[in-house]
Design a protein around this ligand. Structure first.
Ligand code: G6P
Length: 611
């Protein structure tokens, strides 16, 4: 989704803004723009549809635009097609204000009509343009006063960056429901959608909260609360990862780099939390009493995080003997959920900013639930608004298609399962120790799969031209199949669906014809034979079968499947962590062979901050 970066300092702003925007590219966008102020040229705005490179070429990498203060933006179109005019910054009619925005101004139609009736001319179809015109409308020489009035008038979600040609020694930022961070430097300061945009220049950041306005000058940042403009003291945070973590490091794509990082990310996530043969979850303040009385456990998430929830359901129900409901965040909000003060909502989000997940979290809390979240981005809104948070120590994830975040979220689910089961007394000592020991072997087993990635590459070369691909599985194999299917369709644009294998004959089998590819997941030993019956059913209707099972079952599966990849054997509960890796690799290689833009798939955004 849209990315914002703002710089005020002593260096030329344009190259810094372009560089910052390039770090935000991963969020997903379809146009980009910058606004830079200089005494000679005033407020200069350059915007272009398409990749950032188009904008960069227009201004020769920034060399054509002078000035030491400015704003940059990558736009992911919502209101109005991707185009030069709809790109941000949006500018007021008098050219005094330039505005960048992430979010949606929900009452923009009404505001636009009122302004048009007063003679204001709009040039774009965006909701954002009303903010620029409203600033002009309310401006009587005091920018903060005008902005306060604008914020009072607009409804919806926003992270805003504003520059006013009358006060070029300051940048202004405001936030409600869309992420915005501030970066503190020596003689310069930044605002940005996330820390990746500023980390090259500073690690000293703070997270703007809802209802806050920040005024940035070269020498400092002052934050105020809206609407009375009372000064707010912000807590500073130090970003503790290296910029290299957000660079490709010799890989052709971030996605492959992140797939390869999974053993380390998994280990980093579990190791500090296993001490003396026990799971220790520091900061988690949920005791036996709450767990014993817990009436419902909801898992709430979107996209791949939701798929982690699907796998978690099988794991947690088995370990805790409590029923677990997995709900899409976008549905949870509006389904009148049954929640009490004995309900636990487990919220899963890589970015910690997904708007539907955040809204569902707020709804769950409003209704009385206790919220425990699994989040990757430290300091993100979901992390800050949860009662308890467990971080996945995966490091920054840049590729739109998530891989290491999925794996580390699963790792945390296992830890939570074991921790709660022990508290509830639903697990015996031997089983507990057995699972925990095996959990610590998972990183090495993932590594062994990665060392055989050429086998998957070969399988991809056999099937990359298929028009339609089905993933089938039972139990946790079904849950992993959902993720495998999503990964494939996201980046290769091949139509793909995942089915619980037993459901096939209730409709979908009518789509199976000679040449259809079925990826059959048969790693869950208990249901191996049942799954193989479904494989025979589709094979006899002409499907090609790509099988995924464990090493101990490989020979059995090869009797029916055309091609089989085997993962190392492990505890059944932990199988998703191994199964998902060949499926990620399969999606990657298929997309590569089809010439797709793997790290930036069309129409997708990494962090979905609008509804
Ligand atoms: C987007 C991303 C997915 C991600 C989903 C949920 O759709 O492209 O990869 O799974 O959002 O994101 P979250 O940050 O909440 O896990």
């Amino acid at each position: 989704m849209c990315g914002i970066v703002g710089y005020i300092g002593r260096e030329e702003a344009a190259p810094i803004l372009l560089e910052g925007l390039s770090r935000l590219e991963y969020r997903g966008y379809d146009s980009a723009g910058i606004a830079v102020w200089s005494r000679e040229d005033g407020l200069r705005v350059v915007k272009a549809k398409g990749r950032l490179q188009v904008l960069s070429d227009l201004v020769h990498g920034g060399a054509d635009v002078h000035g030491t203060v400015g704003l940059g933006h990558t736009r992911w179109a919502t209101h109005g097609e991707p185009s030069d005019v709809n790109a941000h910054p949006q500018v007021s009619g008098d050219g005094r204000f330039a505005v960048v925005h992430n979010g949606i101004i929900e009452n923009y139609v009404e505001i636009r009509e009122v302004l048009e009736a007063k003679g204001v001319k709009f040039t774009s179809q965006t909701d954002t343009e009303v903010v620029a015109h409203l600033l002009e409308y309310y401006y009587r020489g005091d920018v903060m006063e005008a902005l306060t009035k604008v914020l009072h008038r607009v409804e919806g979600a926003y992270a805003l960056g504003v520059i006013c040609a009358d006060c070029p020694d300051q940048l202004i930022a405001a936030r409600k429901d869309s992420p915005l961070i501030l970066g503190y430097g020596d003689g310069f300061n930044f605002l940005a959608s996330d820390v990746t945009a500023v980390i090259k220049y500073t690690r000293d950041v703070c997270y703007l909260d809802d209802g806050e306005i920040a005024v940035l000058t070269r020498d400092g940042i002052q934050v105020y609360s809206h609407p009375y403009l009372l000064p707010v003291e912000k807590e500073h945070h130090q970003v503790n990862w290296e910029i290299s973590a957000a660079e490709k490091g010799g890989y052709e794509h971030f996605m492959m780099k992140e797939i390869m990082e999974q053993p380390k990310a998994f280990r980093d996530t579990i190791s500090p939390r296993i001490q003396n043969g026990r799971v220790v979850l520091e900061g988690l303040d949920i005791g036996e009493e709450f767990l014993g009385d817990m009436d419902r456990l909801y898992i709430i998430a979107c996209g791949s995080s939701y798929h982690v929830g699907m796998a978690a359901k099988y794991t947690l129900e088995r370990l805790l003997r409590k029923s677990v409901e997995v709900t899409l965040a976008s549905e949870f909000r509006y389904c009148d959920p049954i929640v009490t003060d004995k309900t636990l909502a487990l919220v899963i989000s890589q970015s910690g900013e997904t708007i539907d997940t955040l809204a569902a979290l707020r709804e769950a809390r409003r209704l009385g639930a206790r919220v425990l979240s699994i989040v990757n981005v430290v300091g993100s809104t979901i992390a800050r608004e949860s009662d308890d948070v467990l971080y996945t120590w995966a490091g920054p994830e840049i590729a739109v298609a998530t891989t290491k975040a999925y794996s580390t979220q699963l790792a945390v689910v296992y830890l939570i399962g074991l921790y709660f089961a022990q508290k509830l007394g639903t697990i015996g000592r031997e089983e507990y120790t057995g699972i925990l020991d095996e959990l610590q072997r998972i990183p090495d087993k993932i590594q062994r799969i990665l060392e055989r990635k050429e086998e998957i590459q070969y399988a991809a070369s056999l099937y990359f031209n298929h028009a339609s691909i089905f993933f089938i599985g039972r139990n946790i194999d079904y849950a992993v199949g959902m993720e495998g299917s999503l990964k494939l369709k996201e980046i290769s644009y091949i139509h793909s669906e995942a089915y619980a294998a037993g459901e096939l004959k209730h409709g979908t089998i009518s789509l199976i014809e000679p040449g259809t590819l079925v990826v059959a997941l048969a790693s869950y030993g208990k249901l191996f034979e049942k799954l193989m019956s479904n494989v025979v059913e589709v094979k006899s209707r002409g499907a090609d079968i790509l099988g995924l099972t464990t090493e101990s079952r490989k020979a059995d599966m090869e009797k029916t499947a055309d091609h089989v990849f085997a993962v190392p054997d492990t505890h059944p509960m932990l199988l998703p962590s191994l199964d998902v890796v060949p499926l990620q690799l399969f999606a990657y290689y298929v997309a590569l062979m089809r010439g797709c833009d793997i790290d930036k798939p069309r129409n997708l955004a990494k962090s979905v901050t609008v509804e």
